[in-house]
Ligand binder design. Structure first.
Ligand code: ANZ
Length: 815
């Protein structure tokens, strides 16, 4: 109507709407009992100096689309962001430059915030948390003291993985292929007094909990394997000529008669005592040598077996035979009892060892006749050469032999876990101080709640000391304190907590972030928990397992109603460079998302591209032209709306049935796809919808029907492209935001009118045709088919063995 057509200028409208959303607090929420809630968040970032990368954007776009979809559907939606700020990079930077990690962290957070705000994420910013803020870590410390009170935090001298470059102890999860997860140096062993959380006490609970989680199978399996429960037995082997006893853990007590030697881990505490004088030199040399190897290396099945005899012999409790005792590094010290009974006839590793050192091999299970190739038979079967148990099946013999041993106090059934307690001590400055005071009289005393937080002191020299203690040890004023129990002189603990402690409870803190008298209170946390969608592409075991562990503990302490904190885990794939390689600074193939936004493509085009790139759960390769395509698509939407404003709008649309059909079809498709998290196909459907609208536009653009279609388009697109849709929605004259409470519903009757014919076969023979709604599923077609006279005659009440269904064409019922 004579108005000059506005151009699509993302930079202008995006900044404007971001300001508007912020000032109207559009995404801030409170608990509304009686209203359905959805809690959807992405794993919070470590704000590195490098800023956001495209992988972050994919992850945050996923959680934002989910949040916006449910918000538009009228749900009370919580989405928030925070900063996981403790850790090595900031500290190493401080060591290099002398700049305080507090300062660096502040700068990095500010940068991340600016960048994230440009992406139009619908966070409730009033809930922002920062794990290195004393107001936050005060409660991390409080949780530590609760665990301590309940016997779930304890100190123990132990050999730990030690990174000689970072000068810190590492958790098992932080050792990857025998190397430090951060700096890649080969790790060694070091014995120190360390703090642990007793996660092993929750092994069974954490294992059982996995069954009901709506999480990807690969993550559930990874957690099961990490916990690694094995059922078996512990069997005692007496050392010949003396009173030493070596217990071994085995999952196959049924093979006891075939145990022809024992193998101890080189670190086994009894090695020195049982080694014969003439074997001493060789044994000690071997022990030294094996210290240099990582567990991964040692467990490598294909590696040539190495080992040395101790000169000692043990008695096989079943046969009474004397069998030699060896040490070998394929037996690990941290697993089971650190000693095994070797059954070379039925265990591959033992077989290789026996072959290499010419040790006896004795079969005790009859090899099934079809098993001819394998040298060892590790399966089930019938026992041979097994005294009174000969002829018994292995499954039964397992129980019988353990019962027999138990009667003689030579063994008992035993469940073993691969998982160890969670080592949380870090000899580093930049972490949460462990709230413990060491008093000569009272030992380790937790700092009382009223004295929390134990604030990390400002220091000048961040370098850890070579004795393995953190730089905190040098802050003597801070270290010297008084005992909370007796007031006498005492020393503060100088270890800080593993960063995973901070991230194990932030999902609870989001629900009550400004609480200054408790970590959280019951109302908000029981309203929002569990998290409905937790989006991330990392930490398959560590963070997710620890978060589950703490929730189970809080639940047992009566602090939390839910055991499992995360209902659905949305585990996204990585974005790689165009050639499929990992993006990395050193390869120079990193794409800066904010640069793309600022170039003029805008956040909407970037978001749409990152979700259009492929199914979210798969890795994807970055296509530099991709964002041009999604920008063009959004521009087409823009132009379509501008053209509408420029035409006469009264009257009716010329081809209402066609318009309504495509509109309703798209609404159904996008709704279904978003429910199933199929973001890419939802976007494809929206692109198709726009193409159809461009074709239909040739028949005119007036009427309520046309406007309805355009509004539906904007509403469906809004979760993906929140700025352009908000702008166009407002240009249509709406005073409210498109993002609250607007989700279109489709009219099934419009879609149902479209009937098509499907051929029905019974046992491959054509028996008739039925009319069904287009796109009907198999069950619907079957139901209609059975009302067909000919079909029902041949089926005659029989239940089909299987069916073959070709949608919209054919159903074959096989009886
Ligand atoms: C005798 C035997 C006979 C075994 C047989 C297996 C097959 P999972 O399932 O992982 O629990 N084992 C025990 N402790 C070990 C250690 N510290 N280092 C290396 N290996 C160890 O495996 C348990 C089995 O792994 C145990 O059962 C033991 O070998 C070995 F036909 O004992 B078995």
């Amino acid at each position: 109507m004579g108005v000059v057509m506005k151009r699509y200028s993302p930079l202008e409208i995006e900044a404007q709407w971001q300001r508007e959303w912020q000032s109207s607090k559009l995404y801030e929420v409170t608990e509304e009992p009686g209203k359905d809630k959805v809690y959807a968040v992405a794993m919070f970032p470590y704000p590195s100096g490098a800023g956001l990368h495209v992988g972050h954007v994919r992850n945050y776009s996923i959680s934002d689309v989910i949040a916006r979809f449910h918000r538009q559907r009228g749900k009370n939606v919580l989405s928030a962001i925070g900063w996981d700020t403790f850790g090595l990079p900031a500290e190493n930077y401080a060591i290099k430059t002398g700049i305080s990690p507090v300062k660096v962290t502040k700068t990095n957070i500010a940068n991340f915030k600016t960048q994230l705000s440009k992406l139009g994420m619908s966070y409730d910013w009033s809930r922002e948390v920062n794990t290195s803020d004393p107001e936050y870590y005060r409660w991390t410390q409080w949780i530590f003291t609760k665990l301590f009170e309940h016997g779930l935090a304890y100190q123990k001298q132990s050999a730990q993985w030690w990174c000689p470059v970072d000068k810190t102890v590492l958790a098992n999860e932080q050792v990857e292929g025998g190397k430090c997860w951060r700096c890649g140096s080969v790790v060694t062993r070091k014995s120190m007094k360390q703090w642990f959380f007793k996660i092993t006490e929750y092994a069974d609970a954490l294992l059982e909990g996995i069954d009901d989680l709506d999480w990807p199978d690969k993550i559930r399996t990874a957690q099961r394997n990490w916990i690694g429960r094995s059922e078996g037995a512990e069997i005692k082997f007496a050392i010949d000529g003396g009173d030493q006893v070596i217990p071994v853990f085995t999952t196959r007590p049924d093979t006891l008669f075939g145990a022809t030697f024992l193998v101890l881990a080189p670190e086994h505490p009894q090695v020195a005592a049982l080694t014969a004088p003439d074997a001493k030199e060789a044994v000690e040399a071997y022990i030294l040598d094996s210290q240099k190897k990582s567990d991964i290396e040692r467990m490598n099945e294909s590696r040539e077996k190495t080992g040395v005899p101790t000169g000692a012999h043990a008695i096989n409790p079943a046969t009474g035979e004397k069998i030699p005792v060896w040490i070998a590094d394929y037996v690990l010290t941290g697993y089971g009892t650190g000693a095994i009974m070797a059954v070379p006839a039925h265990d591959g590793r033992d077989f290789a060892f026996a072959e290499a050192f010419n040790l006896p091999i004795k079969a005790v299970i009859e090899k099934p006749t079809h098993e001819t190739t394998e040298e060892t038979y590790a399966g089930e079967g019938i026992l041979i050469n097994s005294g009174a148990f000969t002829g018994m099946r292995t499954e039964e013999a397992r129980e019988e032999i353990v019962a027999w041993l138990q009667q003689r106090q030579l063994g008992e059934s035993k469940i073993n876990y691969r998982m160890r307690d969670w080592l949380i001590s870090r000899q580093r400055y930049w972490g949460v101080p462990i709230p413990i005071v060491h008093c000569e009289k009272h030992g380790a005393v937790p700092v009382p709640e009223s004295q929390l937080p134990v604030v990390l002191p400002e220091i000048d020299d961040y370098l850890p000391s070579d004795d393995g203690r953190s730089a905190l040890a040098k802050a003597t004023d801070w270290v010297h304190t008084t005992c909370p129990t007796c007031g006498g002189p005492a020393m503060r603990e100088t270890d800080t907590m593993d960063g995973y402690a901070c991230s194990s409870w932030y999902l609870l803190r989001y629900t009550d972030p400004r609480n200054s008298t408790a970590a959280w209170s019951e109302n908000p946390v029981s309203y929002w928990l569990p998290v409905d969608y937790y989006c991330g592409g990392d930490h398959a075991v560590s963070h997710l397992l620890y978060t589950r562990f703490w929730s189970h503990v809080f639940n047992d302490m009566g602090l939390l109603a839910t055991k499992e904190p995360i209902k659905q885990l949305v585990y996204n794939g990585y974005i790689n460079a165009a050639d499929g390689q990992k993006m990395s600074k050193s390869k120079g193939n990193v794409v800066d998302p904010i640069e793309l936004v600022d170039q003029g493509y805008g956040a909407d085009a970037l978001r749409v591209y990152e979700l259009f790139i492929g199914p979210y759960e798969l890795d994807a390769a970055w296509d530099p032209r991709g964002i041009t395509g999604t920008y063009r698509f959004l521009n087409r939407v823009w132009v379509l709306l501008q053209e509408y404003h420029q035409t006469a709008q009264d009257g009716t649309f010329a081809d209402t049935p066609a318009l309504q059909k495509i509109t309703n079809k798209t609404i159904r498709k996008v709704t279904d796809d978003l429910d199933g998290l199929r973001f890419n196909t939802a976007i494809a459907a929206l692109m198709e919808f726009v193409n159809e609208l461009y074709k239909l536009k040739l028949k005119g653009m007036q009427g309520k029907e046309w406007r309805d279609a355009l509004e539906a388009l904007l509403q469906l697109l809004a979760p993906f492209a929140p700025h352009i849709t908000e702008e166009l929605w407002s240009q249509l004259g709406h005073a409210d935001s498109i993002h609250t409470g607007h989700w279109p519903v489709w009219d099934e009757s419009v879609l149902k009118t479209e009937l098509i014919e499907v051929a029905i076969q019974v046992n491959g023979k054509f028996r008739g045709k039925v009319q069904v709604p287009e796109g009907a599923n198999e069950a619907q077609v079957m139901e209609i088919a059975l009302t067909h006279e000919q079909v029902s005659k041949y089926v005659a009440g029989a239940s089909p063995k299987r069916t073959i269904y070709v949608p919209n064409r054919l159903l074959n019922i096989v009886l």
